[in-house]
Design a protein around this ligand. Structure first.
Ligand code: RIB
Length: 302
């Protein structure tokens, strides 16, 4: 059997401040809610934790602040065995996500970058040897574009990008994603970013258009409808188990973490996506982001 590849995540670490409401407020409206808990989040950290809990060898390159939130943000990274040596503590606040979860499990999220804003090209350069040695470098859209670009340029292994949120990053670097992982909304925004004409919001159209822009492979997550994998062989539909969603916060990150964990094990993209859909569904049945991810001992829905 081929050796397990190492994964280096260059990304965000946040403290998630979560409130629960019956429904999301309209602009200008005040609602009463519950919760107000602080837990570990950040798309980079979430994906690192999800992969590590599934047995992957993961290092996290990122930054936290020297405030009270930092400890909450690091709990699962430390518990799950992620190598956190490349996490710097900077003078200032930790990244903060303000999250509202409605009774149907849907969420809204506003992210205040805090320390994540320091993860620029100079910061990433300090971890050049680690990034060069990675089998997979995994990136999201919550660090500065210069840090994103430097990480891709240093990568000698596979680059996986979950461009969430969709931010302006170098096109040359973005097109190295293999796969690019996006939902329908993000897929349309990526096409816009690349200056491609957008004729439809249909997932199959979006995938074809993304491949035409030069992506090697794309995985499009479709929530309760599963996912689609687009590669040179065409399109493959990935089913997802039917579950009762409690909180979808971070379930997309669970998907991405599981996907890279499987790719690092040598699985092909379709097999890895099938597994990832089950992990994403599992995560949606539990509250929070990192606290909702399975370990190898958990039974996944099928
Ligand atoms: O994808 C969910 C994550 O988005 C949250 O954990 C929050 O921190 C934001 O980064």
């Amino acid at each position: 059997m081929a050796e397990k590849q190492s994964i280096v995540v260059v990304g965000s670490i946040n403290a998630d401040l979560t409130t629960h409401v019956q429904r999301h407020p309209n602009p200008g409206e005040t609602l009463l809610g519950s919760g107000g808990t602080v837990s570990a989040g950040g798309k980079g950290a979430n994906q690192a934790v999800a992969a590590a809990q599934l047995g992957a060898n993961v290092s996290m390159v990122g930054a936290i602040g020297n405030d009270a939130m930092a400890k909450d943000a690091m709990v699962h990274l430390e518990k799950s065995g992620v190598d956190t040596d490349p996490v710097a503590t900077i003078d200032g606040p930790t990244g903060l996500a303000v999250i509202t979860v409605s009774a149907d499990g849907e969420n809204t999220i506003i992210v205040v970058p805090g320390a994540n804003a320091q993860v620029d090209a100079g910061f990433v350069e300090k971890h050049a040897e680690l990034i060069k040695s990675a089998g997979i470098v995994l990136l999201q859209g919550e660090i500065p574009a210069s840090g994103f670009a430097r990480a891709v340029d240093l990568a000698q292994g596979r680059v996986v990008v979950n461009l969430a949120p969709v931010v302006e990053v170098g096109h040359e670097q973005l097109l190295k994603a293999n796969p690019l992982v996006v939902n329908e909304h993000e897929g349309a925004l990526v096409l816009e970013l690349l200056g491609a004409p957008l004729q439809s919001g249909d997932p199959q159209y979006l995938l074809k258009a993304l491949l035409e822009q030069g992506f090697n492979t794309v995985v499009m997550t479709l929530g309760a409808k599963g996912a689609l994998v687009a590669d040179a062989q065409g399109l493959t539909e990935i089913p997802t188990p039917t579950i009762h969603a409690v909180d979808t916060t971070g379930s997309g990150d669970g998907f991405v973490g599981a996907l890279v964990a499987k790719l690092a094990d040598g699985a092909d993209l379709v097999a890895a996506s099938k597994f990832a859909a089950r992990v994403g569904a599992f995560a949606a049945t539990r509250a929070g982001a990192q606290a909702s991810y399975p370990t190898l001992d958990d039974e996944l829905p099928s």
